[in-house]
Design a binder for this molecule. Sequence first.
Ligand SMILES: *Cc1c(COP(=O)(O)O)cnc(C)c1O
Length: 390
Amino acid sequence: MRNDEMLLIPGPTPVVESIYEALASETRSHTDPRFVALYKSAIEKTRTMLKTDGEVFVISGSGTIAMEMALVNTVAAGEKLLVISHGYFGDRFIKLGKAFGIEVDVLQSEWGKQVDPVEVEKKLSTDQFKAVTITHADTSTGVAANLEQLVPIIKRNGALVILDGVCATAAMEEDMSKGYGNEEAKIDVVLTGSQKAIAVPPGLAIVAFNQSALAVREKMERVSAYYCDIYNWIPIMNDPSKYFATPPVNLVYAFEEGMRLVLEEGMEQRYKRHAAYGTAVRAGLSVYGMKALADEQVAAATLSCMLYPDGIDDASFRSALAEKGLIVAGALSHLAGKAFRIGHMGNTTVEMLEKAIVLIGETLDEQGLSVNINKAIDAFRKHALAVLNN
Ligand SMILES: *Cc1c(COP(=O)(O)O)cnc(C)c1O
């Protein structure tokens, strides 16, 4: 591994050697048949991962572009959008919607909690919403949305389900062929980025539209976008030898390899592995007197937001960890200074996470806390066992 540091933040995530190699391949023309074949394969693999019968888009941009593409192609100015927000990234849809003249209503949970599905049902019964956004794992709080509860309610009320999977896709179940309760209740749009659980360097936006979402786009006379208009991209996605805007050739090589690794592991195993990582990391860190912001029943598999025990200073804790080669992220908004966020997704290994538990213990000890590192490792291993034995 050429990585000198363990990048355990909620994206970007550690990049493995074969992906670096793909990234460093010779840059070819975007119309070279060898590149076109790879782009096709990357799109096909994305389609397989999400099990969609609709259209998949893999384009230059970060996760935020993917959010924008999902929104502007489904909800027009003056139409209504409901945002279900479990934190900072859920809230991003409010600003995005407003920027395009969309009428935005919002249900926000207290940070660390989920929005009550009863409130969602109530809100949807008062008004006709064109679409509802759900953040699968909110990267600010470590809260996961309960799709089993939310999708049927939204579909029953005739709105599209737009799922922000930027911190979840390839780690938490996102199966666009799955009927939630009944055959009609499916996720309509999934959007994500390359740099989180897919574990490829940042730079690609990935969006999938099912047939219902495509039908909604068809009824829209115009959309407030050019680069993000899916009608400019559908011909390219179906035949990548065509040109609309130059694709990031090397990133597509890397993404194709990243997707190969995802499918090689298999989706079921990937979901199981990430669920075990999340529980194991939180179990280990709780031995040090740290508390996850989200209760275990609502906690994301991909990252955890951990509240500091008394007496730990955020800046000196994280810089001491960085000196030992472990990078974690600070908390956002009102939690800044009071918590840190640790990512445990993508191609991160059990060995890396166990090492992180040890380094965090050593750092807390240096900062004057009395900790039991062996006990934390035991707690971590107990929950990570399912993965270790695989
Ligand atoms: C990271 C993230 C985003 C934003 O993605 P960028 O690539 O930074 O634009 C959006 N939603 C969620 C849930 C995220 O974790």
